[in-house]
Design a protein around this ligand. Structure first.
Ligand code: ATP
Length: 255
């Protein structure tokens, strides 16, 4: 376990095998106007891993994702994806580097069908689009069965599946940022979402999973970071954190 002290620590530098991480967030600061939200935040995501970023309401989890995607540009530090510095780029340039995100609250268009939702999210020309759609339907047979169904009539889990499918359209994604995929879902549906995430990861997609539901996130993740008022206060393998009752209670309020 690595516990962060005020005097600093080696946060975000956990690799021991010498390889480069897929994503490296190095000492970033992020502001909304005058408000300083993220403080000297570092984390790494290794290729093939699920990495959890957990923390209480308002800790800065969404802001971290927004910083990585270039939606709220960082004011300090750097972000490197696959060897390329991306922190000063536009979101659509960052998307082309293979990073995609699924926003909080599963923003699907409820009055449109599954297929229409996918079509709206598609960026490419007709042939490429048809190939991508078939790939999506292969990966998510439940969406295939519901191509003509209005998204608003599907279960929360299926809507999350559609939101993930939308994010995977366009440039090939090797790093998916998921913002609170379990939010507002019944426990049984959360299990379904966990299965979707696990299968995606087994299919080769590296995942940064932002969650308030720490138990769910830690059950899926290889490695975990805890964020508290804009600072990483703990990092360790996910199973170590999950079984550390003191840390779970003090950082996350989980008894
Ligand atoms: P939640 O789980 O509630 O989404 P979070 O950990 O994702 O929480 P953020 O949404 O990143 O936290 O918010 C971090 C802090 O930044 C909070 O204090 C929030 O009030 C503030 N904040 C978020 N968005 C803005 C904004 N557009 N302008 C100013 N402050 C903001």
């Amino acid at each position: 376990m690595v516990t962060v002290t005020e005097s600093g620590h080696d946060q975000g530098r956990r690799r021991t095998d010498g390889g480069d991480p897929l994503l490296s967030v190095d000492s970033i600061d992020t502001h909304y106007g005058e408000s300083h939200i993220l403080f000297d935040l570092s984390l790494t995501v290794d290729r093939g891993d699920v990495v959890a970023l957990v923390g209480r309401n308002g800790a800065g989890k969404t802001t971290t994702i927004r910083s990585i995607m270039g939606l709220t540009p960082v004011t300090n530090g750097q972000i490197v994806k696959g060897g390329e510095q991306i922190q000063a780029r536009d979101p659509h340039e960052i998307r082309k580097e293979g990073i995609s995100w699924v926003p909080e609250e599963r923003r699907v268009f409820s009055g449109l069908t599954v297929e229409e939702n996918l079509r709206l999210a598609a960026h490419s020309g007709d042939d490429e689009q048809a190939d991508q759609f078939e790939e999506i339907y292969r990966r998510f047979p439940r969406l295939d069965e519901r191509r003509g169904q209005d998204a608003g009539t599907m279960s929360g889990g299926e809507q999350q599946m559609l939101a993930i499918a939308r994010a995977l359209l366009g440039p090939e994604t090797d790093l998916l940022l998921l913002d609170e995929p379990s939010e507002g879902l019944a426990p049984q549906i959360v299990d379904d979402v966990e299965d979707i995430i696990r299968e995606l990861n087994e299919d080769g997609v590296t995942i940064l999973l932002v969650e308030q539901n720490a138990e769910m996130a830690l059950g899926l993740a290889d490695y975990a970071y805890v964020l508290e008022t804009g600072e990483i206060v703990h990092e360790s393998p996910a199973d170590e954190l999950a079984t550390d009752r003191e840390a779970m209670e003090s950082y996350l309020g989980v008894k």
